[in-house]
Design a protein around this ligand. Structure first.
Ligand SMILES: [Zn+2]
Length: 454
């Protein structure tokens, strides 16, 4: 049987003299897929990169694996771990229309209490995640998706997909230009190429499958993130972290923290790549990313994205934790679900049409609350290594950590620093490009003589 895997063809223009790819020519399907990649949460990017065995700079994969390896008891609820491992994005419905959809998010359900008596009394309570604890101590285990409807909501996906038929040129440094033959001639001339006979065209098929051997889109994305110098600045923040530093070279050996810092770093997995780039690029001078910033800027222009509108809407799905260090990263309000009893034969037509609105329950909270609580992990002490492996403090011995690093004890000092927006953005950027994320982002903040109380 022929493979049903959807593919997209793109044309590569190859310089025969140097045997290098000059640029790719692609249609709107490919540009839509590129654009959707920017809208995926970092946790899904980590999964995709892992599936495709892409080389990942930074330590996003360690962060992701930490969540995977931590026991359920570390998290406030079972759903907290699930939300971090399979983060949803607010455009998942729209992405299903893509010819090549790279989104790995898992659809959620609409679960009500498994205790039928209870769900009839409190008929309106639901959770997106199975097992959320109900007021009666039972779990929300009954999926009633097939019985519910959703109030029509305004289409908020404007600008997510490019609808026209158009050709685009994508350069090696990820510039994306709407293509015309004129642009192509100018580009080739700029590259110093006058003789078109030295250029060969090669068509390649892009597919989602693992190891497809085609254009490595994610490799491309990751390989273009390159470190640049950072700038130090300090803001007051309540999240504090104790850094263990090697005096001789200021390397951060590891950090000790409470749950608020771990909640912050775990929430990185849920933030769309696009919002990450936006924050990192806006934080002028704190980090400059490589050619991925070209891709980000050009796609923003092509898709005419209104950032202000997005930030007002919230970039995270309902009930995802909004880190206080990133005031613009907010979750959306849940849609209004209701059910009608059309399937009950004994009801009158009027009764069958009655809309019963469901009240959402926060899947992150062990208590039944309808509002969004903060945080994914239980109160605890944690050790976070320089490359962002997170473990509970109780399971790590400091001495064995130091022995592992192989360091003289008189070469170690500790510094407590507070994490505000500036530090958090620096750490978020470093998580993407440095395998020593704590050192790369926080050691400059630890130079201040002032010692903070933990
Ligand atoms: Zn119940």
């Amino acid at each position: 049987m022929a493979s049903q895997t959807p593919t997209i063809s793109i044309k590569l223009l190859i310089n025969l003299e140097s045997n290098t790819v000059l640029l790719a020519e692609a249609g709107s399907d490919f540009v839509n897929t590129l654009h959707s990649l920017l809208k995926l949460p970092l946790g899904n990017i980590a999964r995709l990169a892992d599936m495709h065995q892409c080389l990942q700079p930074g330590c996003l994969n360690n962060l992701y694996n930490s969540v995977e390896n931590l026991g359920l008891e570390i998290f406030r609820t079972k759903a907290c771990k699930h939300m971090l491992l399979y983060p949803r994005n607010v455009h998942d419905v729209e992405f299903k229309k893509l010819k090549l959809n790279m989104d790995l998010s898992v659809p959620t359900g609409c679960f009500v209490c498994g205790n039928v008596e209870c769900s009839e009394i409190f008929g309106g309570l639901f959770s997106y995640y199975k097992g959320t604890r109900c007021i009666c101590e039972w779990g929300a285990n009954r999926d009633i998706r097939q019985f519910i409807k959703i109030d029509a909501v305004k289409d908020e996906t404007e600008g997510v997909l490019y609808r026209g038929e158009s050709m685009f040129f994508i350069t090696d440094d990820l510039r994306v230009m709407q293509g015309s033959p004129d642009d192509l001639i100018q580009f080739l001339l700029n590259m110093g190429l006058k003789n078109v006979s030295r250029v060969e065209e090669k068509v390649v098929e892009i597919e989602r499958g693992i190891g497809s051997g085609t254009t490595p889109m994610l490799d491309e994305l990751f390989s273009t993130i390159a470190p640049k110098e950072k700038e130090s600045a300090e803001k007051d923040g309540k999240t504090r972290v104790k850094l263990m530093l090697r005096k001789s070279d200021r390397k951060v050996l590891y950090a000790e923290s409470s749950e608020d810092f771990v909640d912050l770093v775990f929430s990185f997995l849920t933030i769309p790549l696009e919002s990450v780039l936006e924050m990192v690029l806006v934080a002028k001078g704190s980090l400059t990313l490589g050619s991925i910033s070209n891709l980000f800027r050009d796609l923003n222009t092509i898709f005419s994205v209104s950032k202000q509108k997005n930030s007002q809407q919230g970039v995270l799905p309902p009930f995802y934790s909004c880190p206080k260090e990133f005031p613009n990263i907010c979750s959306r309000d849940p849609p209004k679900y209701y059910h009608v009893f059309t399937h009950y034969d004994h009801l009158t037509e009027g009764e069958k049409d009655t809309k019963i609105y469901l009240q959402p329950m926060d899947p992150k909270s062990p208590e039944r609350i309808p509002t969004n609580s903060s945080g994914y992990v239980e109160k605890n002490s944690f050790v976070v290594t320089d490359d962002l492996v997170v473990q509970p403090r109780s399971s790590v011995s400091s001495i064995s950590l130091l022995l592992e690093i192989g360091i003289q004890l008189d070469d170690v000092e500790s510094k407590v620093i507070s994490i505000g927006e500036v530090e958090a953005i620096a750490l978020l950027g470093a998580c993407l490009w440095s395998s020593s994320a704590l050192t790369a982002s926080l050691n400059s903040f630890a130079k201040k003589p002032k010692q903070e109380p933990l």
